[in-house]
Design a protein around this ligand. Structure first.
Ligand SMILES: Cc1cc2nc3c(=O)[nH]c(=O)nc-3n(C[C@H](O)[C@H](O)[C@H](O)COP(=O)(O)OP(=O)(O)OC[C@H]3O[C@@H](n4cnc5c(N)ncnc54)[C@H](O)[C@@H]3O)c2cc1C
Length: 550
């Protein structure tokens, strides 16, 4: 039997970097709070993805929270791109440092959330039928939190050990001396492959799509750099809070063919040796727009791959032939290509020889059966909407969120969708397109600012105007296809999930578009969110919302 465990103003789902911040901001604003998390601990992505080699592609100090200078000063990141254990420790530290743990329940997977028309509240059921009541429901349930397994025959028949990178066990996995398969060479696959290659007996990488991998160029943070980071904290916040993609990297100011061949070569070397995402954020400004510019950068990377990988046939398999750089999420690597020079590592091209079935002992393709002790599924996630559409969310008149979004998500600012009053989903679809915490943090700040303003004015229900929602969604869809047909094969469009509508799931307007719209929402006293009082009809659409073109 369900029993009411808590009745709060703000109920947060998800203890990742977004949900923890949402919990903190809501409590600091004077709301009563509760957070529910499906996992056994806090950390979100950094709780679940504890496979060897899991680490940031964002610089540690730019990913971390910026709301407390004291916090920043007392936590010294060890590496420019921290590994999972340090990130999980950091998020646990934040939870304890700000006394948030008493508001968090782990092992509490939300299975239903139902809106009550008369009171304007949400009833949420989690875990063992525990019931929660809340005025506002904030689903910070993540965009990469529902692991995806490919539909290959016999996957459950395998009698060895098998793991998904996004569902990694808390007890360490022993790889030493074992025959290991890694299926998938996206961002997670290319992290784990070089990390375990030297201890396993054999490692077979199964690649469906070759990706444009470039070096992460990680390094420990020296004491001089630590001191500089501390001294520059305010300047760093200023840059991060206004940067288009939430990184410190500065955009370049030149287009490719303004430079001579030699200058381009020198610039590409600089990019190759630069940190993480600079290859995308600080490359020539026409990289994603001029096909010839993109082709030249790709040829530079292809040459690098041919130079590193000794077996020409393997090198050719590792060079993408079906997409441009930036069209899919580019992975960043440490020693990935070099791994294929090891005698115990081999690569299977699934485009040529697809998996026919998984047997009790291994994986069978047209090439025959290879036997394994361990299979690692590095096969990604149901990106963007996966967690929200599986939560049993029912809005006005019992409307199911998965039905409302049957053709893809519809949102305003990636924070609300019509028909679901008092529901917010920061860090969900249409939220980020760069360094995630900076975007998601903007959304959390906006949600709290709006809730406080509405509370002060005696409102308790907020529901976004369908007109504003349609305009924002149109903007996302339109901008996502510039340049034309760029990226539709990427999981950004849900393409890795059979049957999922091909709709863009990131925020193609970036932070500038978001900032512009929230400034307008403030000026209009949040009228695009149709504030009302429970028991009274919702206010009609505001003319500004109807007329405005996000
Ligand atoms: C391996 C990996 C590396 C990454 N590296 C980077 C990076 O370097 N930079 C970057 O910007 N982004 C990176 N990302 C993206 C990453 O997901 C985000 O940076 C960030 O973790 C998002 O935080 P979040 O709190 O919004 O979501 P999450 O961290 O995904 O947390 C969501 C939480 O909600 C919980 N949840 C979901 N559904 C329910 C439910 N029904 N009931 C209860 N709880 C639920 C989940 O268990 C999860 O713990 C990476 C992702 C992966 C998988």
């Amino acid at each position: 039997m369900t029993s009411l465990v808590a009745d709060v103003d703000v109920l947060v789902v998800g203890a990742g970097i977004t949900g923890i911040y949402q919990l903190y901001r809501a409590r600091e604003a004077g709301f009563s709070v509760q957070l529910l998390e499906a996992g056994g601990g806090v950390g979100g992505t950094w709780y679940w993805n504890r496979y060897p080699g899991a680490q940031f592609d964002s610089e540690s100090y730019t990913y971390a929270y910026l709301f407390s200078k004291d916090l920043f000063e007392e936590w010294e990141w060890r590496e420019h791109f921290a590994h999972q254990p340090e990130i999980e420790q950091y998020l646990n530290h934040v939870v304890d440092r700000f006394d948030l743990r008493r508001h968090i329940r782990c092992g509490a997977k939300v299975s239903s959330a139902t809106y009550d028309e008369s009171s304007g509240t949400w009833t949420v059921v989690a875990g063992d039928d525990a019931k929660y009541q809340a005025q506002f429901l904030v689903a910070a349930s993540g965009v990469l939190s529902v692991p995806h397994f490919p539909d290959v025959p016999g996957r459950d028949a395998f009698r060895g050990e098998s793991y998904h990178t996004g569902l990694w066990p808390t007890d360490p996995v022993a790889f030493a001396g074992k025959r290991v398969a890694v299926v998938g060479t996206g961002s997670s696959g290319v992290q784990i492959i070089p990390e375990i290659a030297d201890e396993v007996a054999t490692l077979t990488a199964y690649q469906r799509t070759a990706n444009w991998c470039t070096p992460l160029n990680n390094a420990p943070i020296t004491s001089e750099e630590q001191a500089k980071l501390r001294a520059d904290f305010d300047g760093m916040c200023q840059t991060l809070n206004t940067s288009t993609h939430g990184f410190l990297h500065q955009p370049h100011d030149r287009v490719t063919f303004d430079d001579s061949k030699e200058e381009r070569r020198e610039f590409y070397e600089k990019m190759w040796n630069g940190p993480g995402f600079t290859k995308l954020t600080s490359n020539y400004t026409d990289l994603l727009f001029d096909p010839a510019a993109n082709a030249e950068w790709r040829e530079f990377i292809a040459e690098k791959i041919r130079g590193i990988v000794e077996d020409p046939e393997t090198a050719e398999k590792l060079i993408p032939k079906d997409h441009r750089f930036g069209e899919k999420r580019p992975p960043f690597v440490t020693g990935y290509y070099e791994t294929y020079n090891r005698p115990n590592v081999s690569l299977v091209d699934l485009r040529k020889t697809p998996i026919e079935r998984v047997t009790e002992t291994g994986i069978e393709t047209a090439e025959g059966l290879r036997e394994f002790d361990v299979i690692v599924w590095a096969t990604g996630f149901d990106f963007g909407t996966g967690a929200l559409t599986r939560m049993g969310i029912r809005g006005r008149h019992g409307l199911a969120l998965e039905d409302h979004w049957a053709d893809g998500p519809k949102t305003f600012l990636g924070v609300q969708t019509s028909g679901f009053p008092n529901l917010f989903f920061p860090g969900g679809p249409h939220a980020a397109a760069g360094n995630n915490p900076r975007y998601n943090g903007d959304q959390v700040d906006f949600i709290i600012e709006m809730l406080v303003s509405l509370r002060d004015r005696g409102y308790d229900i907020i529901e976004v105007d369908p007109v504003a929602e349609q305009q924002w969604t149109n903007m996302v869809d339109t901008w996502a296809t510039m340049p034309p047909s760029f990226g539709e094969s990427s999981y950004y469009f849900g393409s890795n999930i059979p049957g999922k509508p091909r709709r863009y799931l990131l925020n193609s307007g970036g932070r500038p578009k978001f900032f512009k719209e929230i400034a307008r929402a403030r000026t209009n006293d949040y009228e695009a969110f149709k504030p009302s009082r429970s028991g009274s009809p919702p206010s009609p659409p505001h003319p500004a919302a109807a007329a405005g073109a996000p």
